[in-house]
Ligand binder design. Structure first.
Ligand SMILES: *[C@@H]1O[C@H](CO)[C@@H](O)[C@H](O)[C@H]1NC(C)=O
Ligand SMILES: *[C@@H]1O[C@H](CO)[C@@H](O)[C@H](O)[C@H]1NC(C)=O
Length: 341
């Protein structure tokens, strides 16, 4: 419960270049007597695609046979073809928003008074792969929150239309488009030291207020407008500006590694290895690496759930749809199990 309270005290601002996943609910044993009233919101095999032949319970427990079976399935041609959902599907499926939300089992009410009283704001960046976006949105969606979706201007027209169709079904999901140019830069304003850090952040309301109102930050953002990847230094720089709520001194000693931060859990290829080795931080990736980051496979789930992070990246239905499917089922069941009867 402590983690959930902490989460509720924060406004969440997250960039999502790829699939991120909510793991916000604290670990508790599932109560088999949980409120049957909401059992219709559980994801069942009937909602699933071809992934439903997998035994998710065994997969989450890391049972070798189940993982082997899942792996085999993910490399089967027919299976890969069948799990794919074209962008056009979302345009059709959202013609009837009510039906779309119902069949996709979106939450249409806050899960607790506490959550209702503490709405969160999310910021997501999307380039492609609408299915990943829709599944992430469904995982983090609650009617009391606000979602700001930035679709890359260079995205395909079908991505734009599909995301626009999905967002039009929700009054609290907004879509904006993004720009990236290149000119010679003047030095940053106020001699602010430019520091790098995580593009995926969880911050308080006070921090957001500073971003919107503090003159130093407004000038910094104006300066950063035409830089290539502002998210990789902007938040980290603001995080070290004196007086910003939640800020720390710019000394390295305050820096936190991915593994200790709560915003996202990530496996960098060069930190992977076997247990007991002094160099390795975590076990090897069971999915595949994209730009040295692990795109998780079903075999990573057990390890993921042993950690305290709110999000993990990356997931991709093109790499391992079973990992996503089992995690979705597990998280929804857990969220519902915590409802007061
Ligand atoms: C799925 O796996 C669990 C745990 O290994 C096992 O208890 C259960 O019987 C399995 N279910 C099916 C349908 O095989
Ligand atoms: C379009 O959506 C409707 C219901 O929303 C569904 O019955 C129909 O099968 C869909 N058509 C296609 C081609 O996906």
């Amino acid at each position: 419960m402590r983690l959930l309270k902490l989460l509720l005290k924060l406004t969440v601002v997250l960039g999502s270049l790829w699939m991120l996943y909510l793991m916000s609910h604290p670990k508790t044993d599932l109560d088999p007597t949980y409120s049957l009233r909401y059992s219709w919101l559980e994801y069942t095999d009937a909602d699933g695609g071809p992934e439903k032949v997998c035994n998710c319970t065994a997969i989450m427990q890391g049972v070798r046979e189940a993982l082997k079976q899942a792996k085999l399935l993910t490399i089967t041609k027919d299976f890969r073809k069948n799990v794919r959902i074209p962008d056009e599907h979302y345009i059709n499926a959202t013609r009837d928003c009510r039906k779309f939300k119902l069949t996709r089992k979106y939450l249409t009410f806050p899960l607790s008074q506490e959550e209702e009283d503490f709405p969160l704001a999310y910021s997501m960046v999307v380039h492609h792969k609408v299915q990943n976006f829709e599944r992430l949105l469904r995982a983090i969606y609650a009617p009391q929150n606000i979602y700001c979706i930035h679709v890359d201007e260079q995205s395909q027209a079908s991505v734009f239309s599909a995301i626009s169709a999905i967002t039009s079904c929700f009054p609290n999901v907004y879509m904006v488009s993004q720009r990236a140019t290149g000119k010679a830069k003047k030095p940053p304003p106020f001699n602010l030291p430019i520091l790098s850090g995580n593009a995926y952040i969880v911050v308080s309301r006070g921090y957001v207020r500073s971003v919107l109102e503090d003159n130093r930050i407004l000038a910094l953002m104006e300066w950063a407008k035409d830089t290539f990847s502002p998210d990789e230094f902007l938040w980290a720089t603001i995080q070290r500006i004196p007086g910003v709520p939640g800020s720390t001194w710019p000394n390295r000693k305050h820096d936190m590694t991915d593994i200790n931060a709560i915003a996202r859990l990530v496996k960098w290829q060069w930190h992977e290895g076997s247990q007991g080795s002094l160099e390795a931080v975590y076990p090897e990736c069971h999915g595949k690496h994209v730009r040295s980051i692990c795109v998780y496979g079903a075999g990573d789930l057990q390890w993921l759930l042993e950690h305290h992070h709110l999000f993990a990246n990356k997931f991709d239905t093109d790499t391992d749809p079973i990992a996503l499917y089992c995690l979705e089922k597990y998280l929804r069941q857990k969220a519902l199990a915590e409802l007061q009867p």
